[in-house]
Design a binder for this molecule. Structure first.
Ligand SMILES: Nc1nc2c(ncn2[C@@H]2O[C@H](COP(=O)(O)OP(=O)(O)OP(=O)(O)O)[C@@H](O)[C@H]2O)c(=O)[nH]1
Ligand SMILES: [Mg+2]
Length: 290
């Protein structure tokens, strides 16, 4: 039996809500969506995913219809477990506060006790670091004056750009990990070991080249059937493409981000990074579209 969780993605128009849903839930390549204009969402774009024994309903709300979501269509928030509020980091802080104030009001008026709120300051690739810290601090000060002392709303600086992708990947994994119970993580140790081998495959080969699947037999002692299991796992995470005859594969551009993060000199630092990446891969490889 699946336990249901409802996730709502809300925010002003054009801030990147649908992009976040596509990249982190549907495993669309961040490179494909960066700077491409996708159609503004109309109404609500909802999809159901499974994560271990949970069913996640993800509701991506059209930014152009925020007036409706905050008034006569507010029932959309009923039974929500997570309100993911996304802002473009380059919005004026006053605009951000005004929008967020409306969301807090809905939360109070509708008594959405089960719904935790998380804020993304998105597109941080488009701002310099000092201004970013200034904006986040200004927003945190605003939260302090508007929330009860025991309320905590996490604020994450996010982006799908290469330099920020893996941190954002971690944040999303952490947030999803929190709305499910750790008791239900399935066979974690075995899966992590398999993923460790997946990661070794990524490290061993070059992006942009095409390989015959037999290399996995010579380099990793994997028979064709087992090699395909690993490649399909990596394909699901958007890290590998398997060519139509199933005898060849190549690593996708997204792999470059994973590799650049772990190929450094300090071995201890490397282990920490590898474990962090494996945690993310573990969570996302258990996320399936229903
Ligand atoms: N620079 C940069 N652009 C991004 C990022 N994420 C999304 N975008 C761009 O932002 C634009 C708008 O993205 P959408 O995901 O359609 O925005 P939305 O919030 O769903 O918009 P509505 O559906 O109108 O509410 C697209 O052109 C994306 O390429 C990011 O991290 N950095
Ligand atoms: Mg959208």
């Amino acid at each position: 039996m699946f336990e249901k969780k409802k996730i709502i993605i809300i925010g002003p128009p054009g801030v990147g809500k649908s992009t976040i849903k596509k990249v982190f839930f549907e495993m669309v390549s961040p490179f494909k969506l960066m700077n491409t204009s996708i159609e503004p969402t109309r109404g609500v774009d909802s999809k159901i995913f499974t994560l271990f024994n949970y069913e996640l309903g993800v509701f991506d709300l059209a930014g152009q219809e925020n007036e409706n979501w905050f008034s006569h269509e507010r029932e959309i928030f009923l039974n929500a477990n997570l309100l993911l509020c996304v802002f473009d980091i380059n919005m004026y802080i006053k605009e951000i506060q005004d929008f967020f104030f409306k969301l807090l009001n809905i939360h109070k008026e509708m008594n959405l006790k089960k719904a935790s709120i998380v804020v993304f300051f998105h597109k941080v690739d488009l701002i310099d670091k000092i201004l970013l810290h200034h904006k986040i601090n200004a927003f945190k000060d605003f939260l302090k004056t508007n929330l009860a002392i025991n309320e905590n709303i996490p604020v994450f600086p996010t982006s799908i750009a290469a330099d920020f992708f893996l941190t954002t990947y971690d944040y999303v994994a952490e947030i999803l990990g929190k709305i499910i119970s750790i008791k239900n993580l399935g066979n974690r140790v075995d899966q992590i070991n398999e993923l460790r081998k997946d990661l070794e495959i990524l490290i061993n080969y070059d992006v942009y080249k095409t390989y015959n699947i037999n290399v996995l037999f010579y380099d990793f002692n994997l028979q064709h059937k087992d090699a395909l299991i690993h490649l399909n796992q990596l394909k699901k995470l958007g890290l590998v493409e398997i060519l139509s005859d199933k005898n060849q594969f190549s690593l996708t551009e997204k792999t470059r981000i994973f590799k650049s993060d772990i190929i450094i000199d300090d071995i201890n630092q490397n282990q920490i990074k590898i474990n962090r990446i494996l945690d993310g891969m573990f969570l996302f490889s258990n996320l399936n579209e229903k």
